[in-house]
Design a protein around this ligand. Structure first.
Ligand code: ADP
Length: 662
């Protein structure tokens, strides 16, 4: 701004002109700064022509008020120059920055008369400074980010300016040099410990990249601060500005010492392999000779193979036929894996247990459908079959899950070890035998009923015969006497037989019951002896002496078992042979044995003779039904005892049973 100066100007005029030329704003204030006398705002601040007491709120930015007040108080107290950069409310309503200086003008007493100040507009400079700070922060931020990215890398990363000075080095590189950022950045290659030839090489490369704008790749050995001499693979890339000029060179270097060592080793192995190869070639020749022999064998084998395929086809066809047969017979089939216990069944089997075809069925679920009185039996048979290869042919009733239908099922299973030997497969078929079972039950009921009906007349017949036998003593007619006593014997045998049927029928329908009482086994044996002597004149009986022993058992049934075993001994041994009966108490049980000198039993037959209806083949001439031993063994089992036979064909038999002494 120009001023109208004349040589006649007063000092004050000159002074004002000087101020106008040098500063933005001029102001004067009362000694305590409360009133502003005058302010020439120059468009920066609002002018104040009259004294204003509220200049502070008008001019000073509220956020800096406290700072300004403190400074004012300080200047007043020390009567020294006020000097401060602070924000102001500019004349145009925006916030700006000022650099304000005020000097106190003192009177002759040294008191402050007035403050006189100048304030310049430094808004532009302040904004530029702020922008610079932000930019610096941003750059620092970027450097840190880059540092985070590169510091994790084992690769060396760096940047050169075109004067070969490092402008960036990542942590790995600094570590390799053993230097800090401050020590290394801004320095050249030599200063960072590169050997002259090495530094020279990179400087030439940087020159070349600047000229060509192309990357350079190379390999170099360089001493590492801690690991000694290492081999590095490096790539130098140009960094372009917006005009496509190279302004810097960035580089990445990778330690390939290990790779190099591997390559060396590979080379050695390759040589080694070559030598081995030659040896192999020699061996190969020998082998090709044997190969011919193998070829011949192979031909032979392939013929055998063809035959095998045919055989397999035949088996497949057989399997198909079997499957069709299974389907036709309406069998259910299953498969159990001995280790995983996976239970795979067909739809029919599920149906037999009252399950829907799409439902899954586990072993446990299947067992749950079996009626309570059979479940335990079937379950233990199954376990024994899977894990001990026990036989598995069981019949049992089940109640269908959804249809609630009672079905009798017969399951026949077969255990086969898998070829791997790690598990066995238990497979089998299951059929619905409800019809047969019902028929059997009806027959059984009929048999029970018939036996029961027969007993009544037989009992009275026996009573009459006994009466006649008593009277016959006085009868001089020998023939009549013998006829009566023979009739009595036959009636007794018939009674035994009928009792057997009755027990059998009761066993079958699970209606048999044991009625226990305490009695002396010695007495029972004596009664058996009397009966045997009375019934069988054909054989010689030896009853060993028996010590008295009270047992708790069903006396009638015990008598029945003994007379059955004695009856068998008589039936299956020749006339005139000896039958020995013994009874001893050992280990808390009485043991009764009946020994004969008869035909004996084949070893293979022994496990079967206690089964119902089982009779050894070839004994047809001897009458019998095959139920005596079955009933006897069931009775002994009901008492918690055991029954068995020691025998060999032609050597006679010893049947024994034990009954626990309470
Ligand atoms: P059965 O009415 O046929 O005698 P059992 O159940 O009493 O029926 O006996 C079953 C089978 O056991 C007989 O058919 C016979 O083959 C054989 N057996 C029983 N006892 C003897 C014995 N003491 N000696 C030889 N074989 C016997």
């Amino acid at each position: 701004m120009s001023a109208n100066l004349t040589p006649h100007s007063t000092n004050e005029e000159r002074f004002k002109a000087l101020l106008t030329a040098t500063s933005d704003v001029v102001y004067s204030l009362s000694p305590d700064w409360s009133v502003m006398y005058e302010l020439d705002g120059r468009g920066f601040l609002k002018d104040a022509s009259a004294p204003t007491p509220d200049w502070k709120t008008t001019n000073v930015f509220s956020g800096d008020m406290e700072m300004v007040n403190e400074k004012i108080a300080d200047a007043i107290a020390t009567k020294s120059v006020f000097e401060l950069e602070h924000r102001v409310n500019r004349a145009d309503g925006t916030v700006g920055w000022t650099f304000s200086r005020a000097v106190p003008i003192l009177d002759e007493n040294g008191d402050i008369k007035e403050w006189f100040g100048l304030a310049s507009d430094i808004t532009e400079r302040k904004l530029a400074e702020q922008a610079l700070t932000v930019a610096k922060g941003f750059l620092e931020q970027q450097r840190k980010t880059y540092e985070i990215i590169t510091s994790g890398s084992p690769d060396l990363m760096y940047m050169f300016d075109l004067d070969y000075k490092f402008t960036y080095a990542n942590r790995a590189l600094l570590e390799m040099w053993g230097k800090t950022w401050e020590e290394a950045i801004g320095k050249g290659l030599i200063e960072n410990g590169y050997e002259p030839w090495h530094a020279d090489m990179h400087e030439r490369e940087i020159d070349s990249i600047r000229e060509t704008g192309k990357s350079i790749r190379g390999e170099v050995a360089f001493p590492h601060a801690t690991l000694g001499r290492r081999l590095y693979d490096y790539i130098l890339n140009p960094v372009f500005n917006d005009n496509g000029e190279v302004i810097a060179v960035s580089g990445t270097t990778r330690d390939v010492t290990d790779r190099d060592q591997w390559q060396q080793k590979l080379k050695q192995s390759a040589e080694h392999l070559q030598a081995m190869n030659e040896e192999f070639a020699a061996i190969n020749e020998e082998l090709s000779a044997s190969n011919e022999q193998i070829q011949a064998t192979n031909n032979h084998l392939s013929r055998a193979n063809a035959e095998l395929i045919l055989a397999k086809q035949a088996i497949e066809e057989g399997k198909l036929a079997l499957r069709l047969a299974i389907e036709a017979a309406n069998f259910g089939t299953w498969y159990i894996h001995s280790v995983t216990r996976a239970f795979i069944t067909d739809v029919r089997l599920k149906e037999l247990f009252g399950y829907y075809p799409d439902e899954s069925l586990s072993i446990e679920q299947a067992l749950a459908q079996i009626t309570d009185d059979y479940r335990e039996f079937v379950s233990s048979k199954l376990e024994n079959a899977i894990y001990n290869n026990g036989d598995f042919d069981v019949s049992y009733p089940v109640i269908g899950l959804h249809d609630n239908k009672l079905r009798w099922l017969r399951a026949i299973g077969n255990l086969m070890a898998d070829s791997s030997g790690s598990f066995s497969a238990f497979t089998g078929v299951m059929m619905d035998i409800t019809e047969q079972k019902m028929e059997e039950m009806r027959k059984n009921d009929f048999m029970g009923m018939v036996s029961h009906e027969l007993k009544t007349p037989l009992t009275s017949l026996t009573a009459y015969l006994q009466l006649m036998d008593m009277r016959a003593v006085q009868n001089p007619d020998e023939l009549s006497r013998r006829a009566v006593s023979q009739s009595l014997k036959q009636a007794k045998r018939m009674t035994d037989m009928i009792n057997g049927f009755l027990d059998f029928s009761r066993l079958e329908s699970a209606k048999i019951s044991i009625i226990r009482s305490d009695f002396d086994i010695a007495i029972l044996i004596r009664e058996a002896q009397e009966e045997a002597n009375m019934l069988y004149g054909t054989h010689k009986f030896i009853f060993e002496p028996v010590e008295s022993q009270i047992i708790n058992a069903d006396k009638g049934k015990m008598a029945q078992v003994i007379s059955n075993l004695i009856g068998n001994a008589v039936k299956y041994s020749p006339s005139g042979s000896v039958i020995q009966v013994a009874c001893v108490t050992t280990d808390g049980a009485v043991k009764v044995s009946i020994k004969d000198q008869g035909i004996g039993i084949e070893k293979s037959e022994i496990p079967k003779i206690f089964d119902r209806f089982y009779r050894v083949e070839g004994n047809h001439l001897i009458s019998g039904f095959g139920i005596g031993l079955y009933v006897s063994s069931e009775i002994i089992k009901l008492h918690g005892g055991a029954i068995w036979v020691d025998s060999a064909a032609g050597k006679g038999s010893v049947f024994s049973f034990t009954i626990p002494v309470k």
